[in-house]
Ligand binder design. Structure first.
Ligand SMILES: Nc1nc2c(ncn2[C@@H]2O[C@H](COP(=O)(O)OP(=O)(O)OP(=O)(O)O)[C@@H](O)[C@H]2O)c(=O)[nH]1
Ligand SMILES: [Zn+2]
Length: 217
């Protein structure tokens, strides 16, 4: 079943109407031609660092690497607006909705090394709420790409703003970057925090403080 079918007949005029797939099934992440081309590059990389790609332990490594790259960047093939629209419900609830401690795994676009941590996403509805699982799903749409943490934070905020048209959105991401840990600066304990807000979270200090209190609790 296409994952939007369950929402057909919902009261929301913002809800998605077509039945095209919203999310990749796991097998759709991998494409044979791409796997073959990436595997060839990976094999060459192994040679360049002085490895023997023909030794037994490495025989399947290029293909594994090719698939890992496709999985770690499969967000390019996903539409964040569609993900959110697939589960929009008309509702009068007008207090803060917060999904916190969402695990984030992304790749920094400078070194293609992972950064990982937690995202906290809040919004104040304006007639519509969204299915809770769609918040972490939309985080992944953007995280599963080559990213900088700042842009990831903004893109999540903007998608929620664009689709839900809420009173406001707040996104905070706390992450550690392996490019600063395993190499480069080699700092093991630094945490980078980014935030992006809109609407009442910008205009109203009490709303912003409540959000900050809830995510730090
Ligand atoms: N602002 C920001 N910078 C990032 C992010 N991920 C990695 N970087 C930084 O990107 C920068 C790239 O700087 P360069 O000087 O071109 O690269 P480099 O010589 O590898 O730098 P070092 O990491 O300092 O060794 C580094 O300072 C990284 O720490 C991110 O999400 N946001
Ligand atoms: Zn980096």
């Amino acid at each position: 079943m296409a994952s939007n079918e369950q929402h057909e007949g919902g009261a929301s005029d913002l809800a998605v109407k077509d039945a095209s797939p919203l999310l990749y099934e796991r097998q759709d992440v991998y494409h044979d031609d791409t796997t073959a081309e990436l595997a060839a590059l990976s094999k060459r990389q192994l040679e360049l660092v002085g490895e023997d790609p023909e030794r037994e332990g490495l025989l399947k490594t290029p293909e594994r690497v090719a698939k890992a790259w496709q999985f770690l960047t499969h967000g390019y093939g996903l539409d964040p607006d569609k993900v959110l629209r697939s589960a929009l419900f008309a509702e009068d609830y007008s207090e803060m909705v917060l999904v916190k401690d969402i695990e984030v795994y992304s790749l920094c676009e400078h070194h293609a090394l992972p950064f990982f941590g937690k995202a906290h996403v809040a919004y104040i509805p304006n007639g519509h709420i969204v299915g809770l699982s769609k918040i972490p799903r939309v985080v992944d749409v953007f995280a599963r790409r080559l990213q900088v943490q700042e842009r990831l934070t903004l893109e999540i905020r903007d998608a929620v703003d664009r689709v839900l048209k809420p009173e406001g959105v707040a996104v905070v991401i706390e992450a550690q970057h392996l490019c600063m840990m395993m190499r480069g600066a080699e700092k093991q304990n630094s945490m980078t925090t980014t935030s992006a807000m809109s609407g009442v979270f910008l205009d109203n200090a009490n709303t912003r403080s409540e959000f900050m209190r809830l995510i730090s609790g």
